[in-house]
Design a binder for this molecule. Structure first.
Ligand code: ADP
Ligand code: ZN
Length: 603
């Protein structure tokens, strides 16, 4: 998005010209101006003039003699000589001894005259010229915009503005936003029937899913100006500036209506005001101002405010009540089809091999956000360049998924043989437990090349399909799979390593959720013991029960995981031969695909 209207280059150009003129002025004009006032002469001339009685005023200074002619028109100066009779001679010739013949400019003054003054002039001129220029640019189609106060960047209608077609997937979100576009095209239609558009729309979803893009696309589709500002910008710099920035933003928006105002990360200012002592005054003032402004303009002024957040539950209820941000558009992580579309959109920007299987790549990149997919495509192009190829291939794209999700291959981190073997058994342990429970390929691919992210191995899970419900058995199986890695280590090496810390975390999370949120514990039944607070950023939760219940929850979590761990161990013991065979394969080749895995398992 480069259509920010800041006429940068021309201003620099004008500044440059002014600077050059001033430098020339300083070099040539200034000295001659000065010398008209004081003429430097040699001592001989001075003596001759004294002799002829042509000296009017004279002042003997520390290191020079300043004097005038008889008529006191011209000022001269000359150096000091060791001349003891000078005073007498001057007196004889009728010169008047004087002070302050010329107020010799002090170093400070001369510095100001020769450097500061030109700079001041230079800036004044530059400012003047740039203003003139911007007026000229703005006169015709009112693109001129005072950016001095609120830092809202204005994006103007431009032929290459983002359109809905640039945002792949997200069909539901686009559908809800299309109405806004329609309204901005023809507000009368809505006014006639008495309908008023929502003033504020909240785009809610995890980071990198295209919320900003969607907001820009609404502006692009409706062909209206787009003001964007991040919530944190309101409160960042100077205390007390937030509220005035908000006021300013809305003032500008109303002048430019119809238009779209986009506030990214609105949770930075819109958090619940909690009246705590020492709370964030600055933020609350800013929020209050925002609420006031939103109430201040009528429903149909043509200013639509879009805001994005990934923490909708932290927003102040005042912000989400009817009349403010009362419409919520979920922007979720893309599904398989969405991922494929996003990959295709971004692949258009790079040169690719013919016949790339985007579905396959989309399937492999399960769980990736739009931003990550864009990054995957770019990584693929970079990889092609590194290999001196003219276009990116299927292999580039596949390797890039691992790079983006797990980090670069760590070339110099060499696992010791023992470690490598442990990692191989660990990863196969997970996969084998999963495969035996579901009777299908558990993974797309396992590699045991260390990654810069710190992971020693990387398992690419299979796409689970769009599946919104999970049964109790499925969750239990999943927990068993998580424990499978550690169980394999224990079984084979009879010792345990630190490699299972993430598995432990995941298994515990699932087990806890079963008991506290999904009502899957026989004892507690359908009682919510925990509330999720941070749905889009990892999903933290807070307990809502007594201390005794907590103790009981912990006891049940431990029991549940223990049971699943035993189940995993049993599967591994029963399939010990396959475990060894698969681990050996992975150890030797460092990578195993889902097909290879199933082939070995089923022969
Ligand atoms: P958000 O505001 O939700 O954090 P952005 O809109 O800033 O995410 O998206 C970041 C980048 O990710 C975009 O510039 C774009 O390249 C890519 N992207 C995200 N979602 C999509 C999508 N649905 N279609 C195409 N590109 C996308
Ligand atoms: Zn593991």
């Amino acid at each position: 998005m480069d259509e920010v209207k800041k006429p940068k280059k021309p201003i620099i150009f004008y500044y440059g010209i002014v600077l050059i003129i001033l430098l020339l002025f300083n070099l040539f004009a200034m000295p001659s101006l000065m010398s008209r006032q004081i003429k430097q002469v040699d001592y001989g001339t001075f003596m001759a003039m004294t002799e002829q009685g042509d000296v009017g005023l004279v002042e003997v200074q520390e290191n020079q003699i300043v004097f005038t002619d008889k008529a006191e028109k011209q000022i001269y100066k000359t150096g000091i000589m060791d001349d003891p009779e000078l005073t007498q001679r001057l007196y004889d010739c009728g010169a008047k001894f004087s002070k302050d013949i010329v107020e010799e400019a002090s170093p400070i003054i001369s510095f100001i005259v020769s450097w500061i003054l030109p700079l001041v002039i230079f800036f004044a001129l530059g400012q003047f010229l740039s203003k003139k220029m911007m007026n000229k640019a703005g006169g015709a189609n009112s693109m001129m915009f005072n950016m001095g106060k609120s830092n809202a960047k204005i994006y103007v209608k431009s032929s290459d503005g983002i359109k809905f077609s640039d945002v792949a997937g997200e069909d539901e979100a686009k559908e809800s936003l299309r109405e806004i576009v329609d309204y901005l095209h023809d507000p009368k239609k809505y006014e006639q029937i008495g309908a008023s558009m929502p003033k504020g729309i909240l785009l809610v979803g995890p980071p990198g899913t295209g919320k900003t893009m969607l907001a820009k696309a609404v502006a692009g589709e409706s062909n209206v100006p787009f003001f964007s500002m991040s919530g944190s910008e309101f409160v960042e710099m100077f205390v007390g500036m937030g509220a005035s920035k908000v006021r300013d933003l809305f003032k500008q928006a109303k002048e430019k209506s119809p238009c779209i105002v986009f506030i990214d990360e609105i949770d930075a200012i819109g958090q619940k005001r909690d009246g705590r002592i020492g709370g964030n005054d600055e933020r609350e003032q800013t929020l209050n101002q925002l609420l006031t402004e939103m109430d201040g303009f009528e429903g149909n002024t043509g200013v639509i405010i879009l805001a994005a957040t990934n923490r909708p539950e932290t927003l102040d209820p005042a912000l989400t009540r009817p009349g403010r941000f009362d419409r919520r558009v979920p922007v979720e992580l893309p599904d398989l089809k969405g991922r494929e579309e996003i990959l295709r959109v971004h692949a258009k920007k790079i040169k690719t091999d013919v016949g790339i299987d985007y579905t396959r790549i989309a399937r492999m990149a399960s769980g990736a956000s739009g931003a990550e997919l864009a990054n995957i495509v770019n990584e693929a192009a970079l990889r092609a360049v590194r290999d001196n190829r003219k276009f990116a291939t299927q292999a580039d794209l596949e390797e890039s998924i691992e790079v983006v999700i797990a980090g670069y291959q760590k070339k110099n981190a060499i696992l010791t043989d023992k470690e490598k073997l442990i990692v191989a058994y660990h990863e196969i342990g997970h996969a084998l437990v999963a495969a035996k429970q579901s009777n299908s390929a558990p993974v797309q691919k396992i590699t045991i090349v260390p990654r810069t992210s710190g992971a020693l191995g990387y398992t690419m899970q299979v796409e689970e399909g769009n599946h919104y419900l999970m049964s109790r058995e499925e969750i239990e199986n999943k927990i068993a799979t998580y424990t499978g890695g550690r169980a394999a280590e224990q079984l084979v090496f009879n010792s345990v390593t630190t490699g299972a810390s993430n598995d432990i975390e995941q298994a515990t999370k699932l087990a806890r959720a079963m008991i506290t949120r999904f009502g899957m514990s026989d004892e507690f039944g359908m009682v919510a013991l925990e509330a999720v607070t941070n749905q889009y950023l990892g999903g933290d939760s807070t307990l809502a029960c007594s201390a005794e219940t907590q103790t009981e929850i912990d006891r049940q979590v431990i029991a549940l995981i223990k049971k699943q761990n035993e189940k995993a161990m049993k599967i591994l013991v029963e399939n010990r031969a396959k475990l060894d065979e698969l681990a050996k394969f992975l150890y030797e080749r460092e990578t195993i695909t889902g097909e290879e895995f199933m082939e070995i398992l089923n022969t």
